[in-house]
Design a protein around this ligand. Structure first.
Ligand code: HEC
Length: 104
């Protein structure tokens, strides 16, 4: 079950990656494949006041927050579950988000 989900996810990432020719396509593909967009919104612009927008945020700061959620230094039940899935892709996700326009 978990293995099947994992391979589906990898397939999705690779497919999205190979069909996208934009810069930061890896970060974009992973951001959507991991479901980050379902909470933080398309292009990192959240529509929900209880969830922070990530568009345009500093690259190093985003990476740092993901590492804090991974280590448990920063506590949030959603993010403590989500951040470990982004392991190895923190920088590409952060670079993608940094390049998004924070304005709606
Ligand atoms: C189930 C909803 C949900 C999902 C899915 C989710 N997040 Fe979050 N995220 C949150 C919430 C809620 C917070 C605010 C946590 C807090 O208040 O400390 C947050 C905080 C963050 C922050 C810190 C933002 C800030 O302003 O402090 C970053 C960076 C982040 N998320 C990245 C991601 C990434 C990358 C993914 C995908 C791997 C992801 N999130 C998936 C709900 C989610």
């Amino acid at each position: 079950m978990i293995t099947k989900t994992f391979y589906t996810l990898i397939f999705f990432v690779l497919t999205a990656f190979s069909f996208s020719s934009q810069a930061n396509s890896e970060g974009e593909a992973i951001y959507s494949a991991l479901g980050c967009a379902s909470c933080h919104g398309a292009n990192g612009r959240s529509n929900d006041e209880s969830i922070p927008s990530l568009a345009g945020k500093d690259v190093e700061w985003i990476i740092q927050q993901l590492e804090y959620f991974q280590s448990g230094e920063r506590q949030n039940s959603y993010m403590n579950a989500m951040a470990p899935m982004a392991e190895g892709f923190e920088r590409s996700i952060a670079e993608y988000l940094f390049m998004q326009d924070p304005q709606r």
